[in-house]
Write a new protein. Sequence first.
Length: 494
Amino acid sequence: MAHASTEAAALYTQALDHAKAGQRERAMQLLARAHAIDAKHVGIRNALGVLTLEAGNASGAVALLKPLARELANAAPIQLNFGNALVAAGRAADAIAPLKRATSLDGTNAVVWYGYARALQTAGRVDEADAAYARVLAINPAHPDARANRAAALNFLDRYAEADAEAQHVLRSSPTDAGAHFNRAVALLAQGQWAEGWPEYEWRQHTALLDGQRRVWSAPTWDGNATPGQTVLVHAEQGFGDTLQFVRYLPVLRARGVRVVLQCPSTLVRLLRASALADDVIAFGEPLPTHDAQVALTSLPHALRLHDHAGVMGRGEPYLRAPSDEQATPLAWHEAPSPRVGLVWAGSSTHVNDMHRSCGFAACAPLWQVPGVTWVNLQTRDTTAPAPKVPRGTVWHDHAPLLGDFADTARALQSLDLVITVDSAVAHLAGALGVPCWLLLPRRGLDWRWAAETSDACWYRSVRTFRQEVPGDWRTTISAVAQALAKRPSPLAG
């Protein structure tokens, strides 16, 4: 037995040397052999868990570290590694307990506090995360990531000037830190500081925001200098809402004398062709026409040098229209009495702030108390998901399964008196169509574009916002919406 333990210890030492030399695969092989010999060796188990996490196998790391964390509840490094593995496995809420324990065991260690702060931030507990990042920086003001992450947290808390200051602090020592530039962009744009904000927003192209969307172009990037007769390919990026909001700039580009071709998701093509904002609209995957330059749609305000509220937001007038289709079947509610109200309670589940910006169907309960409303469900869902159930006696049209693309959604919206929606593509579509829209906004994680609105500058004149007073409390917010709906004038106003 002593010989076996000695052999395992020797393999463990060799593995650590290989890990320090960057030879992770070889280190893991040696650790696996050592673990087979001595399955109780703490160092072997911990190192194997850490390297498994570094190799990208978060669930495997959790499986290795969980029993170790249970056995060694008073070992801060073990609690830290287990917590970090849980965060990487998408279980940030579960990671908070072991990481908090690590801070109580080793409260002067900046690395421990950073792990705790990151778990809190990922789990959406951003107020607490901000305080934890402050502890990190009090211990180690030069921590490489804490200040950048704190800038993002401060943006989330509407503390934009502080976020800008933190981002600038990072950039003084790391001028090419894309995340810091992006966090600064959010802070500036939220404050309507367009001239400084748009150049910083270009750094998004080097962040995780565009993971899976980056492309290599043979044509040069359009730099804002227009040559009459040239063709500029404008390609959409990010989400549907971003595209619906930023297509407002295509006529500005066309006015410079260039031919504009928009490339976008296929579900937007029919709507955007009917809206005639570009000379042509093509879907992703279709052959590209000959073009002289290309530019991302969300880079247009920067390329066009739009630096004031008038240039960026315009007057909030509608700019989209649904395709005319005289052969279309009448909508099921076309003869229903007003008010006819559409409803959306969730945005994309993959959005970074979905946990805060989507209210969920259950929170809509106060709306059913308003008498005389014809409700139209516009909430798209997986075809296998069950239809939402409303109280008996509620007039409810489940139109979502019939929405094939955004042209279908636009036609439905234009038949309604009002749309009530969370921050989603439907909000941008309603606003761009001029359809009255009541927009539900979260207290935490307000998108920069809504923060930038002022009493005399807005993206859409037909959109009225209702923002949470207390984080997570949608019921009170929606109760206020229900009261406003019950007191609606006739005809319904936005």
